[in-house]
Design a protein around this ligand. Structure first.
Ligand code: AMP
Ligand code: ZN
Length: 122
């Protein structure tokens, strides 16, 4: 499967559609960011495209504007959510891809984790 606008069986598509509640961090026409339900770090939110792209494995050159938008948002949202400034602070950006990559939810997402150490994991 490649990218479709909405997969009715996908939990993150349901979050985008507000069929499942979430705590918003940012929303615009292309993307949604919300707090992870099971945070590993003082700051832990997820940034997802609104369109259903299963994983990084399906990303192509056609997604370049979307990916650029997401990458440019990450530093802005990280500071907004309380990550400490680079270089003493910073944050970790993780995209698990496929079963061997530890991906549990098959809708592309970036984990953004930060805040003072120690963290629960990661
Ligand atoms: P991954 O293992 O990379 O697929 O990560 C999936 C992430 O989604 C995990 O960190 C979960 O805690 C998070 N998650 C699952 N369901 C929800 C939800 N309903 N609201 C917020 N985060 C969720
Ligand atoms: Zn989805």
């Amino acid at each position: 499967m490649n990218s479709t606008e909405h997969d009715p069986n996908c939990i993150f598509c349901k979050i985008v559609a507000k069929q499942i509640p979430s705590r918003p961090v940012h929303e615009d026409a292309q993307v949604y960011a919300f707090h992870d339900i099971n945070p590993w770090a003082p700051v832990h939110f997820l940034l997802i495209p609104k369109a259903h792209i299963p994983s990084l494995a399906q990303v192509t050159d056609a997604h370049a504007p979307l990916m650029a938008h997401m990458m440019a948002l990450i530093p802005r949202l990280a500071l907004q959510e309380g990550c400490n400034p680079y270089p003493q602070g910073g944050y970790r950006v993780v995209t698990n891809t496929g079963s061997e990559g530890g991906q549990e939810v098959h809708h592309l997402h970036f984990h953004i984790m930060g805040g003072s150490r120690p963290w629960l994991r990661g």
